[in-house]
Design a binder for this molecule. Structure first.
Ligand code: URA
Length: 186
């Protein structure tokens, strides 16, 4: 475990712990405020993220940014990362061996940031961070507190692209996040 984000990033820049290293253009390490109170965790980089090395910059990311903007959540104030740091081919789900090779990097990031709130974006994030048997449909919008961190599972932004009606839930869940942040800072 590294104490500084920079050291962690440096240490994994040539990571070859799993097969996703073979086709990646860039490791998508994570971006944002290293002292963020709110952290967002997605699934894994898509094509645009792989090209730019930055999480959530493609279509789904742009939609997420719009929602963040609308709620006055600045991307620079939060921290955004993924379960796996390299792009799974054709945007397939990350496989268990890939997740287990990568997730300690994310744990290290959480350890450094010490967020009060973690927003779990979609099923893959929910199941790998909380419980493998949790369903996103049943879990979304409901707080889970674990070891002093409040987790808010919600839809993955890509799901909003497929089904517009989910945007309402997404905004609702993010409003809960803002409310909780205020409560925790009282
Ligand atoms: N989807 C994700 O889960 N993460 C990204 O960074 C981009 C799209």
């Amino acid at each position: 475990m590294y104490e500084k984000m920079e050291e962690l990033q440096q240490a994994i820049q040539n990571c070859n712990q799993c097969k996703l290293c073979k086709n990646r253009k860039n490791i998508v390490f994570g971006v944002g405020n290293e002292k963020a109170q709110i952290m967002f965790i997605g699934e894994g980089p898509g094509a645009d993220e792989d090209t730019q090395g930055i999480p959530f910059v493609g279509k789904a990311g742009q939609l997420m940014n719009k929602a963040l903007d609308a709620l006055g959540i600045e991307r620079e104030k939060v921290y955004i990362a993924n379960i796996v740091k390299c792009r799974p081919p054709n945007n397939r789900d990350p496989e268990p061996d890939e997740v287990s090779s990568c997730i300690n990097y994310l744990r290290n990031q959480v350890m450094i940031i010490k967020p009060k709130i973690i927003v779990l974006l979609g099923r893959i994030s929910l199941q790998n961070i909380l419980e493998p048997e949790y369903k996103i449909t049943a879990s979304r919008g409901k707080w889970v507190e674990k070891k002093g961190i409040f987790y808010m599972p919600t839809w993955h932004p890509a799901a909003l692209l497929r089904d517009e009606t989910k945007k309402i839930d997404f905004i609702h869940d993010l409003k809960q996040v803002l409310k909780k942040e205020q409560e925790l800072n009282k």
